[in-house]
Design a protein around this ligand. Structure first.
Ligand code: ADP
Ligand code: ZN
Length: 760
């Protein structure tokens, strides 16, 4: 944190009575610097820090962010700004300090940080023939017509429509439909590419009326605070002392599944509101947690802003303004909500703090869990990291006293943890073992519910040609295609490339393809065959892509119109199904095989969470874990509820192998369309880093360049260099110096990921 603090002082935000003539402007581009502009007489009163300005940049007009006025300016002839786009500042002094810290910590341009932090509906790109003001106004209207782009039915063209067009196509396919505004924001001017894609039939376009539809308020019954049990009471008192003292305090609320963590959040927030403060609640994926948001609404009624991924840019902007104006005192949202313009924050909660989705995987690669701690420090708030399976690094931080540990070791009303049996599947051929089949039948018969978990979607994870022995693979990515029987397609889970399936072998045209590796679709079919009378639901990203489908599935489980829920890790997340007494896990080691030092940690967390779905109601739960690797400590510890054993062993491994929390990591990713160029550039980067490392005498281990585990992704070849440092300061110095000395190659993309979570 020290090196970042130092850079906070480089720019002085002037609060002078006389508006300055020269201003410093951050531009949302990948440039490691800010720019100086002159303010013309007519705009002097308006060009104040925190507002956006339309500025000339090369031959373009861009929206920049006015930061303040530079202490001195050596720019010979600064250009004049053209327009000021806001009548009020977009950020407070506190928030500005936060943004600068983020830029420095993640070594990311400030302009890009501001763009990420502010709602998308607010930014205006350079547009011909429209003044900035007009462009800014379009987002304020409540209904208008907008072009939407949808995936077309055209076949893959023989000739590639170009890499930018392909990228645009991927984005459209990924989201199903996209308004033109979003595409413009993401790709600058995508018009030529969109035209070509339309001509090829790969994309179609339609005009739609867009309405602002702020989140529909479900009617909820008010509920009252519960009388807390001893451990909850102790946790609440500790958290409340932060509010009483107006002091930053970071907590790890470590409570087993069903121990009443959410009740502690609710009462702590209630205390914060009573102190005249506001509350920020970060959740992994808001679409997956309708139950949680429902409980907040039931307890607090109005005054809650919910920032979920289903909001359009305009709706998001509306919510943002509502928060900015102080109309919402509780904000619940996924990772980007850490930037919410909430003032007087008394408490920040990070629910399921171990979830990888708090980390943004492109652009500004921030981790909302880590930023919550930083923002809390700046706001002098309580920060509560809650989980039944905390990060290994959090457990270590608690042991060292950097987080205050609050434990809820028992389930509410002393309900027992489920009993778990490990079933050794070595030498066995069936998907569902005999004991699991029997218990499932009994459970359904007695009117109770079961969950069957398999962390793979699709029908078969590979199709193998019986004649030539080749696997059906994606032409754009170095992964195999997954066979989805209902869709009648084999699909790449990374780029969404698909071919009709089962089809024929693309290598030798043989018609007989063998299905290997069962996914949830196959599992569902097996269960239907074995238990013809059971009402079975499947929940994975294939069955939940439609709007509201997720909630529909959950409500069928809740009202008892379903007996068995089959699904991927989606079913492991925070759901409270009191009727579930049996949980079956197929292939407990699925996630152990990942080439990632966190594989054991993820497996332990996932299994513990799935196990925790059983027996949350009055009847005790039972779990059958089917595994081949029955001796692995991650599986054994999860099965025996022996968290201490897992964390001890995992920390030992991290210490020996030199991974966090004992080192600090950064991942440099080097990718491009030419294998040769990527490989050369990666080698050169590594040599330069090694030289700088010697010069600076920093303690850093350089690993690589190595091919990334997914060597090809969306047509790009990928190599990576992992930096392991003894201190953050060393890591920072090395990367900054390397940035200054390295030369960009236009065909190569180089990314820097600080504290990487995804090493694939
Ligand atoms: P967690 O968030 O740790 O999984 P929850 O807060 O969801 O646990 O609590 C599990 C269940 O127990 C919920 O239905 C909740 O309403 C209930 N509960 C929580 N605390 C209490 C309490 N002190 N007394 C009675 N019921 C409680
Ligand atoms: Zn692919």
């Amino acid at each position: 944190m020290t090196s970042a603090d130092a850079s906070l002082q480089t720019t002085v935000v002037l609060r002078m009575t006389e508006p300055p003539r020269i201003i410093e402007v951050a531009i949302p581009l990948y440039l490691d610097r800010t720019f100086h502009y002159l303010v013309p007489e007519r705009l002097l009163a308006e060009a104040l820090p925190g507002r956006r300005a339309l500025v000339p940049f090369g031959r373009r007009k861009l929206t920049g962010y006015i930061l303040g006025s530079p202490a001195e300016s050596q720019v010979e002839k600064p250009k004049e700004i053209l327009e000021v786009l806001d009548s009020e500042p977009l950020w407070t002094g506190n928030e500005y300090e936060f943004f600068r810290w983020v830029a420095s910590y993640y070594m990311h341009p400030l302009g890009e940080v501001l763009k990420t932090a502010l709602p998308a509906g607010i930014n205006v790109q350079s547009r011909k023939g429209s003044s900035g003001e007009n462009a800014a106004l379009t987002v304020g209207k409540s209904a208008r017509r907008e072009k939407f782009y949808l995936p077309g039915h055209g076949l893959e063209p023989a000739r590639s429509p170009g890499s930018k067009a392909l990228e645009i196509l991927m984005v459209i396919r990924e989201s199903g439909d996209l308004p033109a505004e979003i595409l413009r924001k993401r790709f600058g001017n995508p018009a030529p590419q969109l035209k070509r894609l339309c001509e090829l039939g790969l994309v179609s376009v339609e005009e739609r009326e867009v309405y602002r539809d702020p989140f529909k308020n479900h009617t909820v019954t008010r509920d009252e605070p519960r009388i807390l049990h001893t451990h909850q009471k102790r946790a609440l008192e500790a958290i409340s002392s932060s509010l009483d003292l107006n002091k930053f305090m970071p907590f790890l609320l470590y409570g087993v599944t069903g121990s009443g963590k959410t009740e502690v959040y609710l009462q702590a927030i209630s205390n914060a509101l009573n102190h005249g403060k506001s509350a920020l609640v970060l959740v992994p994926e808001i679409a997956l947690t309708p139950q949680l948001t429902g409980r907040f609404q039931a307890r607090f009624g109005g005054g809650i802003a919910i920032l979920h991924s289903g909001l359009s840019d305009g709706e998001r902007y509306d919510e943002w303004r509502r928060i900015r104006r102080g109309l919402a005192r509780i904000v619940i949202g996924a990772r980007s909500a850490v930037f919410a313009p909430l003032e007087k924050i008394g408490i920040i909660i990070v629910d399921e703090e171990h979830e990888a989705s708090f980390k943004q995987s492109d652009g500004l690669r921030y981790n909302a869990r880590d930023l919550a701690l930083l923002r809390g420090r700046m706001e002098r708030a309580a920060v509560v990291l809650g989980s039944a399976t905390p990060l290994v690094t959090s457990i270590h931080a608690a042991a060292e006293g950097r987080l205050t540990l609050l434990e809820l070791p028992e389930r509410v009303e002393k309900r027992p943890m489920p009993s778990v049996d490990l079933i050794d599947m070595k030498g066995s051929k069936e998907t569902i073992s005999a004991p699991l089949g029997l218990l499932l039948a009994q459970t359904v018969e007695s009117g109770q519910q079961a969950i069957v978990f398999l962390n793979r979607r699709g029908f078969a994870t590979f199709l193998l040609c019986n004649d030539c022995g080749k696997l059906l693979a994606c032409p754009n990515c170095s992964v195999t295609l997954t066979y989805h029987r209902q869709r009648g397609q084999s699909v790449c889970h990374y780029c969404d490339y698909s071919v009709p399936a089962p089809g024929t072998c693309p290598s030798c045209a043989a018609a007989e393809l063998k299905e290997l590796g069962a996914g949830t679709e196959k599992l569902e079919q097996n269960l239907r065959e074995q238990l013809p009378n059971a009402r079975i639901l499947r929940m994975d990203s294939d069955t939940t892509s439609g709007k509201g489908s997720h909630e529909r599935l959950l409500s069928k489980m809740n009202d008892g119109t379903a007996d068995i829920l089959v699904g991927t890790q989606m079913i492991a997340k925070g759901h409270d199904f009191p009727g579930v007494t049996l949980v079956g896990v197929i292939n407990a080691e699925t996630s152990l095989g990942m080439p990632d030092f966190r594989a054991a940690e993820r497996t332990y967390q996932l299994l513990s969470q799935v196990i925790g779905r059983a027996g949350r109601g009055e009847k005790p739960g039972r779990v059958l874990l089917q595994a081949y690797d029955t001796e692995h400590y991650a599986i054994r510890s999860a099965a025996s509820h022996d968290a201490a054993r897992f964390y001890t062993q995992e920390l030992e491994f991290r210490r020996e192998a030199g991974y966090p929390p004992f080192t600090f990591l950064a991942l440099l990713g080097i990718s491009g369309l030419s294998e040769q160029t990527v490989s050369e550039h990666a080698e050169e980067t590594a040599r330069l880093l090694a030289r700088i490392k010697l010069d600076l005498k920093v303690r850093i281990e350089l690993l690589g360049p190595a091919p990334s585990p997914i060597y090809r992704l969306r047509g790009r070849y990928r190599r990576q260099i992992l930096l392991k440092a003894a201190t953050r300061a060393d890591l920072h110095r090395l990367i900054l110096t390397w940035r200054q000395k390295s030369c960009a190659v236009s065909t190569i993309r180089v990314t820097v990921d600080i504290d990487p979570v995804d090493l694939m």
